[in-house]
Structures are given as structure tokens and as C-alpha cells.
Design a protein around this ligand. Sequence first.
Ligand code: ZN
Length: 475
Amino acid sequence: MNFDSIVFIVTLFVIVPSESRVLEIKSDRCEKILGSDLIEEIWSYKNVKDDILEYVLEGEFKGKTYDELAKFVDKFGARPSGTEVLEKSIDYMIDLTKNEGINDIITEEVKVPLWERGEEKITMLEPRKKDIELLGLGKSVTTPPEGLEGEVVVVRSFEEFDNFSDEKIRGKIVLYVPVFTTYGETVPYRSQGASKASAKGAIASLVRSITPFSLNTPHTGSQTYADGVVPIPTAAISLEDADLITRMYDRGEKVVLNIKMSSKLDENKISRNTLIDLKGSKHPEKLVIVSGHIDSWDVGQGAMDDGGGMFVSWAAPVILKRLNLTPKRTVRAIFWTAEELGLIGAHAYEEAHRNESHNINFVMESDEGTFAPLGLAVGGTPTTLCIVAEILKLFKSINASTLVEEDNPGSDITVFTSKGIPGASLHNDNGKYFWFHHTEADTMNVEDPDELDLGAAFWTAVAYIIADLSIDIPR
Ligand SMILES: [Zn+2]
């Protein structure tokens, strides 16, 4: 969307991703766009919103989202794409939902990869012996059993790298050391670094973990080998080890590493997307989707990424059912599978349902943490932004009224918003999200019961209001 052409004014910048903008709605412009009847209609949901908040924050549902998430995470732990444990965790969520008296549940099969991490070890041989903390990146190829030995070339940016000759890189280990600014700006060094290094003849590539903070914890993540390049082993190392090697390199010292990595890849596993419907009373074919992904990386427990997001989305139909609230349109909770290896479940859903995509009224996703909710990051037309901004005003009491405009909010749902379907990602107080992201430290200790209650209540009430409005969200 062209920023200049719309009617909002910028008040603040937020940190992730770089293209997002926190906006304050110019109320007179939105008033003109919406009209007094629609504004009045939106405000008529104040009581039902209060009921939902009270039920979750002080009533019977208080603490439930955290408790259920903890039971789930403690039982299954990490849930990588293609594993049996992921499939068992999907079955568990279906049973948990049926126990709530919700039986409109469908699973849809998706072909997914299984990438299994084996032994991983990096040893610095020169200028002194030291073990280096690493995590292989998704789908990385293996090294020979004895490892690969090579001299390190430190690279601060792709611009710098593009100016390096092939001779400087050939036979070397490339270490990218971008300083974390935003995830969106920094993550290409992880996702594309191996391909770029291989194109100039490197034998392996490493990346300084994509995080602003570290307790010597490496962060894994996905990466893709470009067509036509020789796939080379690739891993993330801790900030501490990356910075140590960089200091040595800058002093002119020769840094030599031995990299040993093993893994197995099977591209032909079957997993499932899970669809849970609270059917609409008037337009059951029209959907307001709330979603998160059920798979996780193999390290950590997937409590934050994305157990929390999945559970606030699970909570939406459950809370509405418990409160006997049936909106006009269907509220569909979706647990995407195989997000981490490339939004695979979301792409499969989009393809399978393309001929009915006009029925997606609004698509929501929580995959950037479930810390205290602050509002929504929204992609859509100026009218859509005005409608959502007006709805968000109802959440001043819990400090969740901020609208961030983003062309393509979220991760899985970008598959839909990039095709013009309006949607929103949970905007939350997630300044520490990337401290834990894709590490062994993604555990229940990151999650907070009260913040999860706020998130579940907010998510449920927003989904209800949008699903019940007299008008569709415009495209
Ligand atoms: Zn995620």
C-alpha cells in the first residue's frame, strides 16, 4: 500500500518489522469513511466485549489458557515438522476441543519435510582451541564425518560481500556478523547466507545468531539453497562466539575452524492443518480466521513460538461456545502445520481453498509472542483500517488500542494478505521475543498467565465483533 495515499498520520515508529508504522487514526477522516451508523454499531459491542473480558480475566476462564498451554508443552515438548510427536500433539488438540463440546473439526493433510538434526560440533583450532556454540540451520546439508576444516572470512554485510572476489572466498568458511536491527532486516543473512557464500566457492557458512541479546545461546531458523548453487553446511553461532572470532579476525589473526554437522532430510512426510469451526448463525460460509502454528523447531519447547499463539486462537471458539455467543459469520481457529520450514501448511490451505477465498472475511494470526496485547498490526484498505481502529478503541481499558499498519502482517497469514485478503497479527509487548526465538530457551518460563489471559480475551472479543458486524470487511 502506498503510504502517501492513505489518510493516517504517523505518530511513532515501532521496531519490527521495519516497514510497519504505528498510526493514529485521524478521527474526522475515519468518521467520514465509516459513517455514524457503523460507528454506533461497533460501540454496541461494548457490553459483549466486557462480558468476554470479565469471563477470561476474572471469571471461570482465568488462568485456563496458561494451564492448557503448559499441559500441552510439558507433554509434547518440541514438535518439529514431519515427526510423530507433532501428529500426536495435533490429535491431542482435537480431543481437547471436542471435550469443550465443539465437534466441527476438520484436518487437512499436507506434505511436509522432516529435517532431523544429528551431531553438531564446531571447534576453533587457530588461534586457540575452543568449542563454538552452534545450531545448524534448517535443511542444512551434512559435513564429512571428520568435519570440514577452513579459514574464516568475516563478512559484515552483503554489500561488503558482493565486493569480495571469488578468490578471497573460495575454500573458506564465511561468517556473517550482521548486527541485529530488526528481524526483517537481519534475517536474510540466515536465510540466504549459505547460497551467497556457496556461489563464491565457500565450503561452509555461519551466521551470528539473529537476536539482539544472548546468554551464549545460538538461534536456529530456516534457510533456503538457491537453485543452481552447491548446498554447503550452514549454522548459526552465538553472538559471543561470533564477536570473539570477529575481534580476532580484525586483529589480523588467522581463525581456523573444524565444522562437523550431520542431519537427515525426508521431504515426504504427511502432517495436517487443523480447522476448528464455531459456525456462524447467518453466514456460516464466511470466515473470520484466528490462527497460530502448532509445529516448532526441534530446540526449545515451542512454548512461545508458537504454542502461545495457537492457544489464544484455540481459546477464541472455546470461550465463545462457553458464553453461548454465536456470531453471524463462522469463527475458524486454524493450527497451521510446518510453519517453520516455510509456511508450508498455510500455502497448502491457500491452494486447497483458493476457489472460496472470497469467503475469508478477515484472517488473524498470533506468531510474534503472546506477551501483553497492545493492539493489532493490520493490513487492508483505508476503510478496513478505520473499522479495526474503531473496534480497537473498545480495548482502551486493557491498553490494547494501538493499530500498526503493515502491508503484510504476520507470518503464515502473509500467504493470504499478499493476495489482498484483509488480516491482522497480534501486536504485543514483545520486545524480548527475539531473545528466546528458535532457541533452547523457548520454554514455558517465557509465558505469563495474566498476559495470556489478556491475549485470549482480546483475541476472542476482536474475532467475535468482526465476525458479527453487519458488513463484511472490505477489500
Ligand atoms: Zn512461529
